[in-house]
Ligand binder design. Structure first.
Ligand code: SF4
Length: 660
C-alpha cells in the first residue's frame, strides 16, 4: 500500500485519531441551519407524485413525525415546481414549518421557479446544463473553457434567484450521472465527481453566493467515501469556503442490506467528523429512513470524550483510492483471500448439529450430510464450549487455547491465545493460530508475531472511538512492516438488530473501505444472559451482518446485490413490490448486481455499478439493460422480470436455485 499522504497537512479531516467535527460554515435553510456548530440534520425525500398535493403533504408529515428535519420533493418540470407552492402552503397551514427542498434534474426552468417557492434547491451538476449522450469528447483546453462558459450562462440565473430569495442550494453530484464532459476528462472517478461540483461551485463563489451544501453520492461505498474525502481536500487546497456536506449512499437498497450499505458509507465519514446533514436512501417508505439516519448520527453525541488514541505523524493509508494492505497468506487468511467470517457461538453449550444452521451450515439428517449456503461462516469460535460432533469438511472451529490444548482431535480446530499465553506457549497449531489483542497491546504484539507464518491477529478495542482506534493499530502494523493478517473483533452487547447492523457496518466497514482487515468477528462475550433461542437468533444476525458488511464494503460478494433507488415522485412502478419480486427470483445469484430504477431520468448511469438493469421507461413499460447497454426497450411490466432472467441466462450468469 503506497502512501498518498506523507504530510498530514493535506488530510481530509481535522484528526485521524481524535473525534472532531469538521468546521463548516452554517447554511440557513428556512429555520434549519446546516453546518457550523449545529447538530447534524436528518433529511429524506417523498415518493408520492408531486402533483398529488395531499398525498405529498401527508407523506411529508409522516416523515417529519419520524424525525425528518428537511423534506425533499422532486420537481421534474415546471408544473411540479409550481405545485410545491400548494404543498408548502398546506404543510404550513397544518402547523409544520419543516423546510422543503426541490430536487431538480435537467430542468433549469423548474429550478428557477422552485427557488422562489421552497427553502432549498438541489441541482445535479451532471445534468443541470447537459444532456447525456454517453459520448467521449476530446476537449482542448479552449473548447473545455467554452463549455464552462455555457454552463455559467445556464446556471447564473438560478444563483441570482437563490441569492435574492435567501434560498439555499445543494450541489449534489451523483457518481452515476456525471456529464459527458466530466467523463471524457476524468472518467467516473472520485476526482471527476469532485470536479463536477467544483465547476458549479466556482460560479457560485464568483457571485458571492455561499448558501451551499455539497454531496458526492454513489452506490459504491468505496467511491462515495473517497469522493467526499477528496472534496474536502480540494476545498481546503483550492481556498474555497468550508461548505457543509450532505452525506448519502445512493440506491442502497432495502432492509438489512440498505441499512448496512448506508452505514458503511455514511458511518465511515461521520467517524472522521465529516457530514452536516444525512439522508439514508432505502427502497422502503420514506418514514423508515429518518430513524436510521438518526441512529447513525446519535452515535457521536459525547464522542469527543473518548479515551485518547496515539497521534499519527505520517499516514501510510490511501484515503482517496482503494488499496489493500499487503498481508502474508496464512492458511486461508490474507494474501489474495477474501476477508473471512468468524462467527461466535461460544455462549451455546453443547451446540447441536441442527443449530449450526444459524451460521449457514445445514445438517440434513435424512441424508446424513452437511450443506452450506452462501453465508456459511468460514470459522466458528466456540471458546470453551467445544462442538461435540464431528465437524464436516468446510467447517472450522476456533477454541480457547486451554481447551484446544487438551482436545484429542485437533484437525479443523485451531487455538485462540491471549497475549501472555501466546508468549509463554510451547505448543502451537502447525498451520494456524489466533492471537487476540486489544489496540493497546499492538506495540507489544508486533515483535512477537512479526516473523511468524502461522498466526492471525484478532484485534479489538474498548475505545468509544472504535474505528479510528483500530485504524491506528493498522498504522502501527504498516509502520512496522508487519504483514500478519488481522481479523477485526467488535461487540455490541444487548443492542437491537438495527444498531448491531449500523455499528458493525461503521466500525468494520470503515476499515475495509481503506483496505484494512482480513476478517470480521462479532463477539458475544459481553452479552447478558439470554435464552438459548435468543442467543441463536443473535448468532444468526451476527453471521448475516458479517457477510453483509463485507459485501457492502465491496470486499466479498456472497449474495446478489440490488442497487435499487429509493423511489420518488418520478417513479414509474411500485419499487418495493418489484424489488421484492426480482429478489425472489434472483437472490441465489451470488455476486450478481442488479440495478432497479424507478425512472429513466439518469438512465443506466445511475446504476453504473450494476451488471443488469431494470428501469422504468413509461407507464407499465420497462427497459432492460446489460451493464450500460440497452437489451430490450418498452417491455410490458408483466413480462419484464422473465425477460430480465432471460438476459441473465443468455449472458451465462444464471444458475438454478439449489434446494436446502
Ligand atoms: S431513479 Fe428512482 S429516485 Fe432517481 S429520479 Fe428516478 S424514480 Fe426517482
Amino acid at each position: 500500500m503506497e502512501s498518498l499522504i506523507k504530510s498530514l497537512d493535506s488530510l481530509y479531516c481535522d484528526s485521524l485519531t481524535r473525534y472532531s467535527r469538521r468546521k463548516t460554515i452554517p447554511v440557513r435553510v428556512g429555520d434549519v441551519l446546516i453546518g457550523g456548530d449545529n447538530p447534524i440534520v436528518v433529511q429524506s425525500m417523498t415518493t408520492v407524485d408531486t402533483m398529488d398535493t395531499l398525498g405529498s403533504v401527508e407523506q411529508s408529515i409522516r416523515m417529519i413525525e419520524s424525525g425528518c428535519e428537511l423534506i425533499r420533493i422532486t420537481a421534474p418540470s415546471i408544473k411540479e415546481a409550481e405545485n410545491l407552492r400548494h404543498i408548502k402552503a398546506e404543510l404550513r397551514k397544518r402547523g409544520y414549518q419543516t423546510p422543503l427542498v426541490a430536487d431538480i434534474h435537467f430542468t433549469p426552468n423548474a429550478a428557477e421557479l422552485a427557488a422562489r417557492i421552497v427553502e432549498k434547491v438541489r441541482i445535479n451538476p451532471g445534468n443541470y446544463a447537459d444532456k447525456k449522450k454517453f459520448e467521449v469528447i476530446d476537449y482542448t483546453d479552449a473548447s473545455y473553457a467554452e463549455e464552462l462558459e455555457r454552463i455559467r450562462e445556464r446556471f447564473l440565473p438560478l444563483v441570482k434567484i437563490c441569492k435574492e430569495n435567501g434560498t439555499a442550494m445543494r450541489i449534489g453530484t451523483n457518481h452515476g450521472s456525471l456529464s459527458d464532459r466530466i467523463m471524457s476528462r476524468y472518467g467516473d472517478t472520485p476526482l471527476g465527481m469532485v470536479e463536477s461540483a467544483l465547476e458549479f461551485l466556482r460560479i457560485c463563489e464568483d457571485e458571492n453566493f455561499h448558501e451551499i451544501v455539497i454531496s458526492m453520492k454513489s452506490s459504491n461505498t468505496q467511491v462515495m467515501v473517497q469522493a467526499y474525502r477528496l472534496l474536502v481536500q480540494k476545498l481546503n487546497e483550492g481556498g474555497f469556503k468550508p461548505y457543509p456536506l450532505h452525506l448519502g449512499v445512493t440506491e442502497a437498497g432495502e432492509a438489512e442490506d440498505g441499512r448496512i450499505k448506508s452505514a458503511v458509507g455514511i458511518g465511515t465519514l461521520l467517524e472522521d467528523g465529516l457530514g452536516d446533514t444525512v439522508r439514508v436512501s432505502l427502497t422502503e417508505d420514506p418514514e423508515f429512513e429518518a430513524p436510521v439516519a438518526k441512529a447513525l448520527i446519535d452515535r457521536y453525541t459525547g464522542r469527543e470524550s473518548h479515551a485518547p488514541i496515539a497521534d499519527v505523524s505520517q499516514y501510510p493509508i490511501t484515503p482517496f483510492e482503494h488499496g489493500k494492505r499487503h498481508v502474508t497468506e496464512i492458511y486461508n487468511f490474507g494474501g489474495h483471500n477474501v476477508p473471512r467470517v468468524i462467527t461466535d457461538i461460544s455462549k451455546i453449550e453443547k451446540v447441536a448439529d441442527r443449530e449450526m444452521k444459524a451460521v449457514g451450515h445445514f445438517y440434513l439428517p435424512e441424508l446424513d450430510k452437511w450443506k452450506m449456503n452462501d453465508q456459511g461462516c468460514d470459522f466458528v469460535y466456540s471458546g470453551s464450549n467445544p462442538i461435540p460432533f464431528m465437524l464436516p469438511n468446510g467447517m472450522k472451529e476456533i477454541q480457547d487455547f486451554p481447551v484446544w490444548s487438551l482436545a484429542p482431535d485437533q484437525v479443523n480446530k485451531f487455538p485462540l491465545f491471549k497475549l501472555e499465553e501466546y508468549k509463554s506457549s510451547e505448543r502451537f497449531h502447525s498451520e494456524l493460530n489466533f492471537l487476540e489483542i486489544s489496540d493497546l497491546e499492538i506495540e507489544t504484539a508486533i515483535p512477537v508475531v512479526q516473523d511468524r507464518k502461522d498466526t492471525v491477529l484478532i484485534l479489538k478495542t474498548a475505545n468509544a472511538h472504535a474505528m479510528p482506534a483500530l485504524r491506528r493499530s493498522f498504522v502501527g502494523l504498516l509502520d512496522a512492516k508487519c504483514e500478519v493478517p488481522v481479523v477485526v473483533k467488535v461487540s455490541y452487547p444487548d443492542q437491537t438488530a438495527d444498531m448491531t447492523m449500523l455499528y458493525a457496518a461503521t466500525d468494520v466497514g470503515g476499515l475495509l473501505i481503506d483496505g484494512l482487515g482480513d476478517g470480521i468477528l462479532i463477539s458475544l462475550e459481553k452479552e447478558e444472559e439470554h435464552t438459548r433461542a435468543e442467543v441463536l437468533e443473535q448468532i444468526k444476525l451476527h453471521n448475516t451482518v458479517s457477510f453483509g458488511v463485507l459485501q457492502a464494503a465491496r470486499t466479498r460478494m456472497s449474495k446478489t446485490e440490488y442497487i435499487s433507488c429509493p423511489s420518488c415522485g418520478r417513479t414509474l412502478f411500485d419499487l418495493q413490490e418489484t424489488t421484492a419480486m426480482i429478489r425472489k427470483r434472483t437472490d441465489h445469484l451470488k455476486g450478481v448486481k442488479i440495478g432497479i430504477m424507478g425512472c429513466i431520468v439518469n438512465g443506466p448511469g445511475e446504476m453504473a455499478d450494476a451488471d443488469y438493469g431494470y428501469v422504468g421507461s413509461g407507464k407499465g413499460k420497462i427497459t432492460l439493460y446489460k451493464g450500460k447497454e440497452v437489451m430490450k426497450k418498452s417491455v410490458p411490466s408483466e413480462r419484464a422480470v422473465d425477460e430480465l432472467i432471460n438476459i441473465i441466462k443468455e449472458d451465462g450468469m444464471w444458475n438454478e436455485p439449489e434446494a436446502i
